[in-house]
Structures are given as structure tokens and as C-alpha cells.
Design a binder for this molecule. Structure first.
Ligand code: GDP
Ligand code: IMO
Ligand code: MG
Length: 444
């Protein structure tokens, strides 16, 4: 096996999503030959601002905005074909060249019944919450994006009822499979919602999927080979993480997570690129914490400080428009996420949003029923009991959106960054002070 001369790089979120991964990927993409998504689906919402123009990307890798770079939807992604085509059209209508977009034939398809199941499960879960769990601050529903992500990944693991992108190009087999699948799904839906379910018609679903497959045909490829070809030709690859480390199905705040390995650990299985070929891993960290949907968040703010940060940071979801929950930076959580994702470097984003706060708090330990700990509790039920132990630092009030070097930042902002580095044990190489490409500080 030949050695990897050109190691791949990665951008991965170290909190609960929306750290500004899209902005960073867009900034770095021109230095790479391929940008590849390895997990998640249209639950992701990556906002990129180029020369004042805002683009919202969900399934299409953010590298698409860099002409000439392959934008690869890897096999680990769950693809809603209709949404993908819509997103491509919106981009093309705005003058973006989408000719370098490729989709893995092994990516799984989010089918119409997956979206229905996602919404139905959330509805049933939210009405079955017990008083005991509710009083602990845990809600029974996950608060998903209702994009069909969980049910699509569940079918992938179930195997027999799964449809992959490549299957859309085999109409006869697809029709036969859908007859079997729709009869199973309809029986389940009918049992779960006896009075309100419209049955899925296998033929109609097949017609729709075959037509969508035909539109996608030119971009469907064996992307494991494509990425290997890129590497063999001396090219470089950038992984674009979706969702984030704390939403990882194995290492996040389960069960309040997404359904894929959304930490850096998902890169290999989600693309076919072997682990020894991955080098630089940039962990993206928002200067405070946010979370959308249910599940514990130890440093959550319920006061006017939280409201101020939400408004200044425009903390409303790119995908669902939901207001994001806001809290102080949680160093216990962050150090754990950097460990799980193997961050070799950190990028702190939205630092400008903290300007105006008199003091900044950082969680450095948790008080748990068993005592004080500096270790993260990667369990959604146990974490509810974590009471953060804060360290307080002086805030800053200057507008830092024009800063382009580390030295131009106020002393308090520099001290805040240095404290993060010291606690996590990973260097902050990049600081983002605004949504635009230019509003970035690259440290030497
Ligand atoms: P992603 O899912 O990790 O790509 O992040 P989102 O795009 O969902 O959310 C990040 C939001 O913050 C977007 O609206 C970005 O345009 C914006 N953003 C990114 N970096 C900065 C920054 O440094 N400062 C400010 N004020 N906004 C930023
Ligand atoms: P980006 O890539 C923020 C959250 C949902 C929900 C949970 C499960 O933009 O950072 P799902 O629909 O995946 O089954 O929902 O995960 N979630 C995200 N939160 N940013 C994301 O992506 C997210 N992707 C999933 O809100 O709590
Ligand atoms: Mg987002």
C-alpha cells in the first residue's frame, strides 16, 4: 500500500452544529482539489457569505462556490434527491457553476416515507413524555429537523429496505423493491396512525424516484475511486463535516444526537478515504455555545444575556429557522470534542458577537451528583444533572469585525482565546470575526 503523500484536511464542528463550518470550508476550498461531505444530509445548513451575497447550502458541499473544485457528496451522506436538485437549481440560477458536483452511487436515499416517519415519530414522542423526564429538563422528542435523516440511516442499517443512489438507475429492481418496502412501511404507518395515514403507492414512488435518478445520472459516480484518483494525481482533499461532534451518534449527547458519525471519526466510513491519509483536522468552535432541538446543554442561558447573544449572532437555524438555544462556552465539552475528533487546530468563530458583554464565562468543570469532574458526560440523560462551574473573564466592547491580525484584537479577546487554547491543549490557528470570507484572522 503506497503512503499518502498529500494528506487530506478536515473541517469539523466541535459543538452542537452551526459553528460556521460552511464559512471556513468556503475560505479554504480554493487550496484543494475536492471538498467532500461524509455524513448527514439536508439536516445541515451551511451559510456562506461571499462579497455580501449569502448562500445556504444543505446537501451540496460548500466547496461548490470555488470554481474547478470537485464538490463530492460521499457515500456516508443520506441524499434527498428532490432537495439536492432544487439546491443545484437555486445555485445555478445565481450563477454558480455546479458542473463539478458528484454524488456517490453508494449514498443512501432519503425517501418520501422517511420524511413522514421522522415527523410522525417526533409527534408521537412529544406526546408520550413522562412527567419524571420532563421535570429533569429532558424532552422525549429529539427535536429533529424532520428531513428524514434518522429513518433513512435506520433503513441503511436494516439493509433490505434501503435504497441507494445507484439503485435509482435500475428501474426494474427499484420497482420490485419499492413494492415490498411500501407494503411494509404502509403497515407500520397504519398501525401508528390508524385514522390519518395516506398509503404510499409503490408505483407512484418508483416513477418519481426513477425520474429524479435520471436527472442525477450524470453526476452519480463511485466517489471512493474518484477521491483515490484525486490523491494519486497529487491532488488534495478537504472534508466538510456536517452537524458536529456533540451530535455524533456514538460519542455525542445520545439520544439527543443525529444518526451519523458526525465527529471526524465518520470521515473514513463516509468516503472510503483511509485514516492514515487524513492529516490536519480543524475543529470549529463558536465563541459561545448554541444548540437547536432537544437535549441537555449545561451552560444554556435563559436570561437577557442569552437573548442579546442570540440576536447579535443571528442565532436562528439555516435549515428550519428555529431560534437556537444559546449558552456560555463550555470548555469541558470542548476539550472532550477536540479529543474525539482529534482536532489538530482550532478555529474560533463569531468572536465579534461577544463584543458588548461586560464579562465572559467559561465552564471549566461540572458539579455532578457524584462530585466535581472535569470530564464530559457523553450521555444525554446523565448530562442533565451537570451544573457548570464557571471561570469569569473580562469582556470587550470594541467592534472587532475589521480586525485582520491577532494583535489587532483587544487584550481581553486575546486572553479569552489563549484561555481556550490552554484548557483544550490545542492551538487556535484561525479566528473569525464576521461572516464574510475577508473577516478572518489567520495566525502565523
Ligand atoms: P455551519 O452549519 O457550521 O456551517 O454554520 P451555520 O452557517 O449554520 O451558522 C453560522 C452562522 O454564522 C452563519 O449565518 C454564518 O454566516 C455566520 N458566521 C460565520 N462566521 C461568523 C463570524 O465570525 N461572525 C459572525 N457574526 N457571523 C459568522
Ligand atoms: P449543521 O451542519 C445544528 C440537530 C437537530 C436535532 C438533532 C437530530 O448546520 O451544523 P436530525 O434531523 O439530524 O435527526 O436531528 O440534531 N442537528 C443540527 N443542529 N446544526 C446542524 O447541522 C444539525 N444537524 C442536526 O436540531 O436536535
Ligand atoms: Mg448550520
Amino acid at each position: 500500500m503506497e503512503a499518502c503523500t498529500q494528506k487530506a484536511s478536515a473541517v469539523v464542528g466541535l459543538q452542537w452544529g452551526d459553528e460556521g463550518k460552511g464559512k471556513l470550508v468556503d475560505l479554504l476550498a480554493p487550496q484543494f482539489d475536492a471538498v467532500v461531505r461524509y455524513n448527514g444530509g439536508a439536516n445541515a445548513g451551511h451559510s456562506v457569505v461571499v462579497a455580501g451575497e449569502r448562500y445556504s447550502l444543505h446537501l451540496v458541499p460548500s466547496g461548490i462556490l470555488s470554481p474547478g473544485v470537485f464538490a463530492v457528496v460521499g457515500n456516508g451522506v443520506v441524499v434527498d434527491p428532490e432537495r439536492l436538485l432544487e439546491e443545484m437549481k437555486t445555485l445555478s440560477d445565481r450563477g454558480v457553476d455546479v458542473s463539478k458536483l458528484v454524488v456517490s452511487d453508494r449514498a443512501h436515499v432519503v425517501m418520501p416515507y422517511h420524511k413522514e416517519e421522522d415527523a410522525l415519530r417526533e409527534e408521537l414522542l412529544s406526546t408520550s413524555v413522562s412527567e419524571k423526564t420532563e421535570s429533569k429538563g429532558v424532552i422525549a422528542a429529539i427535536g429533529t429537523t424532520k428531513r428524514g435523516i434518522g429513518p433513512a440511516y435506520a433503513d441503511k442499517v436494516q439493509r433490505a429496505t434501503a435504497i441507494r443512489i445507484g439503485d435509482l438507475l435500475r428501474p426494474a429492481i427499484l420497482r420490485e423493491k419499492l413494492t415490498m418496502i411500501c407494503s411494509m412501511k404502509n403497515a407500520i404507518f397504519a398501525a401508528l396512525r390508524p385514522d390519518g395515514h395516506t398509503a404510499f403507492d409503490a408505483d407512484a414512488v418508483a416513477d418519481e424516484m426513477i425520474a429524479l435518478g435520471e436527472q442525477l445520472r450524470p453526476m452519480i459516480k463511485d466517489t471512493a475511486y474518484l477521491l483515490d484518483d484525486v490523491r494519486k494525481a497529487g491532488g488534495t482533499i478537504l472534508f466538510e463535516g456536517a452537524n458536529a461532534t456533540m451530535l455524533d451518534v456514538d460519542h455525542g449527547t445520545f439520544p439527543y444526537v443525529t444518526s451519523s458519525n458526525s465527529s471526524a471519526l465518520g470521515m473514513g466510513p463516509g468516503t472510503g478515504v483511509p485514516p492514515q491519509c487524513i492529516g490536519r483536522i480543524i475543529g470549529v468552535v463558536k465563541a459561545y455555545s448554541t444548540r437547536v432541538g432537544g437535549g441537555p446543554m449545561p451552560t444554556e442561558l435563559f436570561d437577557s444575556v442569552g437573548d442579546e447573544i442570540r440576536v447579535r449572532g443571528r442565532e436562528f437555524g439555516t435549515t428550519t429557522g428555529r431560534p437556537r438555544r444559546v449558552g456560555w462556552l463550555d470548555l469541558v465539552q470542548l476539550k472532550y470534542a477536540a479529543m474525539i475528533s482529534g482536532a489538530t487546530e482550532l478555529c474560533i468563530t463569531l468572536l465579534d458577537v461577544l463584543s458588548g458583554e461586560d464579562e465572559l464565562k467559561l465552564a471549566v468543570a461540572y458539579d455532578m451528583p457524584e462530585g466535581r469532574t472535569d470530564r464530559f458526560v457523553a450521555d444525554g440523560y446523565a448530562l442533565v444533572d451537570a451544573k457548570p462551574v464557571y471561570e469569569t473573564m473580562a469582556g470587550f466592547s470594541q467592534d472587532i469585525t475589521g480586525a485582520r491580525t491577532f494583535d489587532e484584537l483587544p487584550a481581553e479577546a486575546k486572553a479569552y482565546i489563549k484561555r481556550v487554547e490552554e484548557f483544550v491543549g490545542v492551538r487556535v490557528g484561525i479566528v473569525s470575526v464576521g461572516p464574510d470570507r475577508e473577516q478572518t484572522i489567520i495566525r502565523d
